[in-house]
Write a protein that binds this ligand. Structure first.
Ligand SMILES: Nc1ncnc2c1ncn2[C@@H]1O[C@H](COP(=O)(O)OP(=O)(O)OP(=O)(O)O)[C@@H](O)[C@H]1O
Length: 213
């Protein structure tokens, strides 16, 4: 279970954005989170993905309290939680090829057969292998989002936070990427928090397991 307990979080100036939030993400299922713009969904996503330290409260990963954020968190815990953002372009280094983007977490994991590892992830996410040599500006948003999902799945995370992951995509790419994630849920026990303001999309992801803020 990945959980936030009594989490209070915000930014340098201003009041708390999250004020005592409790949310848990079990393994092997998809939990949806819906809420209006600005209510703090992305802030919670960053806290649960161990990218932002809460002001108070705790984040627990499989029964262990995680203190700190980013590189102050042990690598094993950091790589246990993946995140995919709504906009793929700001989430990638524009100087890297798609192959380099997807292979980075594999290299960190010490995977030797980088090329075949990347090709396997490309196949899983429906990313045409011919695009792997291209730069981000040479592919569409949907193709780049497939690469971002492949990168997020590369470390074999136990949890995945999808923060409006399909918000910029057409219906068929949305359905394809949701399918990829749900396959990981059923086959590998991935625990998913799917965040969106689109409740009908969340029902497709999570059935009735949708938290409304
Ligand atoms: N880096 C930041 N610095 C200061 N304030 C921020 C920062 N990021 C977000 N906020 C503020 O925190 C609040 C919550 O933002 P957040 O992005 O978490 O909401 P959200 O529910 O994800 O919104 P949306 O659905 O529009 O993406 C907003 O008032 C926003 O202006």
């Amino acid at each position: 279970m990945l959980s936030a307990r009594g989490v209070v979080a915000g930014y340098a100036r201003g009041p708390a954005v999250l004020d005592g939030v409790d949310v848990s993400v079990p393994r092997g299922s998809v939990r949806g989170l819906a809420g209006p713009s600005g209510c703090g969904k992305s802030t919670l996503a960053r806290v649960l993905a161990l990218l932002q330290r809460p002001w108070s409260g705790t984040v627990e990963l499989d029964g262990r309290e995680i203190r700190g954020a980013r590189y102050s968190v042990p690598r094993e815990a950091r790589t246990s939680v993946g995140i995919v953002f709504q906009q793929p372009r700001p989430a990638v280094d524009p100087r890297m090829t798609l192959c380099e983007i997807v292979s980075e977490p594999l290299r960190v994991r010490g995977v030797r057969q980088l090329r075949s590892g990347v090709e396997e992830l490309a196949e899983v996410t429906g990313l045409d292998a011919e695009l792997l040599g291209r730069m981000p500006h040479e592919v569409s948003d949907g193709q780049l989002q497939r690469a971002c999902l492949a990168r997020a799945l590369a470390p074999r995370p136990r949890y995945l936070i999808c923060d409006e992951m399909t918000g910029m995509l057409d219906a068929s790419t949305t359905a394809a990427l949701v399918r990829v994630v749900i396959d990981r849920v059923t086959e590998e026990g991935l625990g998913v928090l799917a965040i969106s303001h689109d409740e009908s999309l969340l029902r497709a992801w999570a059935g009735n397991d949708v938290i409304r803020w």
